[in-house]
Design a protein around this ligand. Structure first.
Ligand code: NIG
Ligand code: FE
Length: 405
C-alpha cells in the first residue's frame, strides 16, 4: 500500500553522503529537507521532498501529518553479541578495582565465563532474552541488527545459537531486519590444545553445515593475541570465499596484529574495533570498500583510548559506529547514546555521525539498498519526536524515537 507522510520538521535523506559512498563527508552531505514529505510503499521510496512541492499525482493519497517529528534512515547496529545468558557484573566491578580485561580472561573469565552461563540456559530462554533485547533496540530507532553467535563454543551449542538467531530473524522480519553472523571463532575453549585445533575440529566443520543450510549471512573471528592467529583467519577466510559467505573481523583491538590489512586483502565487509590499527592499516582501509567499524562503547567501558577515527576519516575510509552490545566489554545496547557521546570525542561532524549509524553501517552488512532516504531505496526509516535532527543527539540518553502508526 502506498503511503504519504507530510510536514516533517526535517527529513535526513543523506543523499549527498550516498553520492560520496559515505566518505569524506561534510555537514551539507546530510541533505536535510525542512517541512518534508515522503511517499513510499512496502518495497521502496517513491518520492522525497518539501511538502509544498509534492507532485500532483500523490496529492490525493491518505496522508499522515508528522509535524513536530524528524525522519531519518533507520539506525543500523552492525555489531552486537545479543544472544547470551547470565551477566558479568562481578567482572565489571573487578575491572573498576584495577584488574584488566585481559587478566580476567586469562583466569578463565571473560568470554569463557559467558559461554558457561549461555550453555546452561535453555534455547527458549535465550530466544526470549534476545527477543526482549531486540524489542528494546527497536524502541530506540534501530531497525537492522547484526547478531553474532560466539558464546556456545562447541559444535552443538554454536549450532544452537546460530539457529536461535535464525529464529529471531524470522520472528522479527520485516519490522526488524536481523543479520546472522557466525562467530564460533570467538574464543578457544580450554579442552582444545590450540586455536588451530579448535578451528579444525569445530569452527570449520560447523561453518560448512550452517552455510549449507543457508542460515548465516557472514562469518567473523576474534583475531587477537591469545585468541585466533593470522593463520587461523586465513584458513577461515579462504573457506568463506569458497562458500561465498561475506567476512567480518574483530581486528586490532587490544594489539596491532595487522588485522585491518588482512581484512582488506580478503575483501571483508568490515574490520571492527581498530583501537590499535597501524598507519598502513588505515591506508589499506581507505583504499578499499571494507568499512572501518568503530565500537567506542567498548573503549569507554574498558577504559581504553579510542580508535583513531579522524585519521581513518581523513584518509578517506568509510567509517561506521556500532554498539558491540555484549555482557563483558560493552554492556550498553543504546547505539544512539554511544554515538552521541563518542562524536565529540572522535571529532566527527554531524554527517559522519549519522552516516556512521545508518548508511555506512548498512554497508558494513553489505546492504546497499538502505541507509539513505532517496527514491528507489528501501523504506527503512526511524521517526523521532524532535524539533530538528540536532535535537536527537543533543538530548543524549533521552529516547525520542516513536512509532509511525
Ligand atoms: O567485541 N572481542 C570479542 N568479543 C567481544 C567481547 C565479548 C565479551 O567480552 O564477552 C567484543 O568486545
Ligand atoms: Fe564484538
Amino acid at each position: 500500500m502506498i503511503k504519504l507522510y507530510t510536514h516533517l520538521n526535517e527529513i535526513l535523506t543523506l543523499a549527498g553522503a550516498q553520492l560520496k559512498d559515505g566518505r569524506r563527508l561534510k555537514a551539507q552531505d546530510l541533505s536535510l529537507i525542512q517541512d518534508g514529505a515522503i511517499v513510499f510503499d512496502e518495497a521502496e521510496i517513491h518520492w522525497v521532498g518539501k511538502t509544498a512541492e509534492l507532485p500532483e499525482v500523490y496529492s490525493k493519497l491518505p496522508s499522515l501529518n508528522l509535524q513536530e517529528h524528524v525522519l531519518t534512515p533507520e539506525i543500523v547496529d552492525s555489531h552486537s553479541h545479543i544472544v547470551f545468558g547470565g551477566d558479568r557484573a562481578q567482572e565489571y566491578a573487578r575491572r573498576l578495582n584495577g584488574v584488566p580485561y585481559e587478566q580476567i580472561a586469562k583466569e578463565g573469565g571473560g568470554i569463557l565465563y559467558t559461554m558457561k552461563e549461555t550453555n546452561a540456559a535453555r534455547p527458549d530462554q535465550l530466544f526470549q532474552l534476545a527477543k526482549e533485547r531486540i524489542e528494546r533496540l527497536h524502541s530506540l530507532g534501530v531497525g537492522t541488527i547484526e547478531i553474532k553467535s560466539g558464546y556456545g563454543l562447541n559444535f552443538h551449542y554454536e549450532f544452537e545459537l546460530t539457529q536461535i538467531i535464525h529464529r529471531l530473524k524470522q520472528h522479527f522480519a520485516p519490522k526488524v531486519q536481523i543479520f546472522n553472523t557466525y562467530l564460533a571463532a570467538h574464543d578457544v575453549p580450554r579442552d582444545f590444545e590450540s586455536s588451530a585445533h579448535y578451528l579444525d575440529e569445530v569452527v570449520l566443520p560447523l561453518f560448512d553445515k550452517v552455510a549449507g543450510e543457508g542460515i548465516i549471512d557472514a562469518i567473523d573471528i576474534f583475531h587477537e593475541k591469545n585468541y585466533f592467529s593470522t593463520d587461523d583467519c586465513q584458513k577461515l577466510f579462504s573457506r568463506a570465499h569458497a562458500l561465498n559467505i561475506p567476512i567480518k573481523i574483530h581486528a586490532d583491538e587490544l594489539n596491532d596484529n595487522d588485522g585491518a590489512r588482512l581484512a582488506v586483502s580478503f575483501k571483508a565487509l568490515s574490520a571492527d574495533h581498530l583501537l590499535k590499527v597501524s598507519a598502513a592499516g588505515i591506508q589499506a582501509l581507505a583504499e578499499s570498500a571494507t568499512v572501518a567499524t568503530l565500537l567506542p562503547g567498548t573503549a569507554f567501558f574498558l577504559g581504553k583510548p579510542l580508535a583513531p577515527a579522524r585519521q581513518l576519516l581523513d584518509a578517506g575510509a568509510k567509517v561506521a559506529l556500532a554498539s558491540d552490545f555484549n555482557p563483558g566489554s560493552c554492556h550498553c545496547d543504546n547505539l544512539l547514546l554511544i554515538a552521541s557521546i563518542a562524536a565529540p570525542q572522535l571529532k566527527l561532524n554531524q554527517a559522519e555521525l549519522w552516516a556512521g549509524i545508518t548508511l555506512n553501517a548498512a554497508h558494513a552488512l553489505g546492504l546497499s539498498q538502505q541507509g539513505a532516504l532517496i527514491p528507489g531505496m528501501k523504506p527503512r526509516f526511524a521517526l523521532f519526536k524532535a524539533d530538528s535532527l540536532a535535537h536527537i543527539t543533543y538530548h543524549w540518553g533521552k529516547n525520542l524515537a516513536v512509532k509511525a502508526e
